[in-house]
Design a protein around this ligand. Structure first.
Ligand SMILES: [Zn+2]
Length: 539
């Protein structure tokens, strides 16, 4: 026994030393950047706000100090114009009409309007339940086949059937793709019901901030929902108002959806009557773009992109007396990582063949808008971007032993990410919860749609640790998009440092690889890579 005990420290040291050898990060400088970006003074960094401008000024100053050169349109900045939409709720109403009798709905408690589209002032239309509301030609799947949707509003349950692979299901659930299919089927609008089994946030918090300003890019080339007249979200706890008299209950449908089983389709004996009024304003913001030149005479013309959104949701309804939605993890953490990695390349230079591009995007919280703009109008040659690693809310609140890699099976990047993680003793896994659509819910998706292989990674709980799983789940329920996502929350600095090592390691591998990364031959997203730039217009 004593001998064994004596041996342990030596073994422990050996493995620790192995992984600590080339350790550059300690998590502390990273957290200092997070503290600046998530300070109350920056008021939650809403798109177009003085707080976001201050955050971007800090980023620019840090980049300049560390010798990272400007690569925007106006120095480090790429200006982006938006139009904001805010609901004037006192002039809005909604009701369900059954046999000519209207039953008023309460905004907030029963439904909320989505201002992500240009809501029509008045709509009255019959309702049809169309299951998941998806058309997936690749899988011969069509929820609208045989349905009469002409002039009607489609009611859908969020999620997708098991026969559709995660990435494909995510793609067809984007607002633009979904509207394309609905519009083609003749529908004029949509009412979505979230499945309680995959909701990140409780309804009470969604409803609390329902009148928050939403935005669209001012350039009409980006409009993916023209002709859409109505978009609403129905509170799942009240959804039986829709299903009364149909022989179906919401509980039954939600249970099928949770298991990704087929859903029935049926006409609802109801119409929706809605009145909406919105106020519009012009808003200006900017992406921040910077580069570090590579050393290979040929490959230096190519870029490995590291991206993170720097905006958050600003000031909102108070929760426990706090109105500032600081966005420390979302996504002060990712922006801080870019700064920390950029600084590390000055202190610990690396011979890089390709160049690096650091892209801090605005408008992510408004629907991935800054990255949509950047990828449509990149400030470098569009064909020069060989890969995007996007960092968004990687959650270093538990030790890092396992990473979820979004896009693991889609391109060469998956294997490179696996190697970079394994070099640090970290295992990787594909997205265990594809129904949450995380692959399309951050900025990497816009790079993907322009043919650029991309991925994102987040720290995953140990499947055999209920405690870790609970920590992550509680974080989503209580802190995600809440004022308590601030710098008073617990953080695991060594997990953050490890994560930074992996991102830096991955970036270096991509920058120095002889070949540029490619989509896997069986990846659905490969199609975007084969399109010429002209065909990508108007996506
Ligand atoms: Zn967010």
């Amino acid at each position: 026994m004593p001998r064994k005990v004596l041996l342990l420290p030596a073994v422990a040291c050996l493995s620790l030393c192995l992984f600590a050898q080339s350790g550059i990060f300690d998590g502390k400088t990273w957290w200092e950047h997070v503290k600046v970006l998530a300070d109350d003074k920056l008021e939650g960094r809403d798109t177009g706000s003085p707080g976001l401008r201050q955050a971007e000024a800090y980023v620019v100053e840090q980049l300049r100090t560390n010798g990272i050169e400007p690569a925007g349109k106006d120095g480090y900045y790429q200006p982006v114009k938006f139009v904001s939409r805010q609901l004037v709720e006192k002039d809005c109403s909604a009701a369900l009409v059954r046999d000519g009798k209207a039953q008023p709905l309460t905004l907030g408690d029963d439904i909320i309007f989505s201002t992500r589209i240009d809501l029509a002032p008045e709509v009255e239309a019959p309702l049809v339940f169309v299951g998941y509301g998806l058309t997936v030609p690749e899988k011969n799947y069509d929820d609208f086949a045989g349905q009469d949707l002409k002039g009607k509003v489609a009611v859908v349950l969020s999620g997708s059937p098991a026969e559709i692979p995660g990435a494909l299901a995510s793609h067809y659930q984007t607002a633009g793709e979904r509207w394309k299919a609905l519009h083609h089927a003749g529908a004029i609008g949509i009412i979505g019901i979230p499945n309680p089994a995959s909701m990140d946030m409780p309804w009470s918090r969604i409803a609390l901030n329902r009148n928050h300003v939403s935005m669209e890019l001012a350039d009409p080339v980006f409009d993916e929902t023209s002709c859409e007249q109505l978009s609403m979200v129905f509170n799942p706890a009240r959804a039986d108002l829709l299903f009364a008299g149909t022989g179906h209950t919401f509980a039954e449908l939600a249970a099928l959806g949770k298991d990704r089983k087929p859903l029935p389709h049926f006409v609802l004996p109801l119409s929706i009557r809605a009145r909406a009024k919105m106020e519009r304003k012009d808003v200006e913001s900017a992406n921040v773009v910077a580069k570090l030149a590579g050393s290979d005479p040929v490959l230096k013309k190519e870029y490995v992109v590291l991206s993170a959104h720097i905006d958050h949701i600003g000031i909102g309804e108070p929760v426990n007396g706090d109105r500032i939605y600081n966005g420390a993890m979302d996504n002060g953490s990712g922006s801080a990582l870019l700064l920390d990695v950029a600084a590390s390349l000055k202190q610990h230079p690396e011979k890089l063949k390709r160049s690096l591009l650091f892209v801090f995007v605005t408008g992510e919280e408004k629907g991935l808008l800054g990255s949509k703009y950047f990828t449509q109008y990149p400030t470098v040659d569009p064909n020069s971007m060989v890969a995007d690693i996007n960092v968004d809310m990687f959650l270093p609140i538990i030790p890092l032993k396992r990473l979820t890699v979004f896009g693991l099976a889609e391109s060469d990047l998956g294997e490179l990410a696996r190697e970079a993680a394994q070099a640090r003793g970290v295992a990787v896994q594909a997205d265990p919860e594809p129904q949450r659509n995380l692959f399309i819910r951050s900025d990497q998706y816009n790079f993907i749609r322009h043919g650029i292989p991309a991925l994102a990674m987040s720290i995953a709980p140990d499947p055999s640790s209920p405690e870790q799983q609970k920590l992550i789940k509680d974080w989503r329920t209580n802190r995600y998009h809440a004022p308590s996502d601030d710098t008073a929350q617990p953080v695991d600095l060594s997990a953050a440092a490890q994560y930074e090592e992996i991102v830096r390691g991955l970036m270096v591998r991509i920058a120095n690889d002889d070949r540029r990364p490619e989509w896997n031959s069986d990846s659905f997203f490969r199609r975007y890579a084969s399109k010429g730039p002209g065909e990508k217009k108007g996506m």
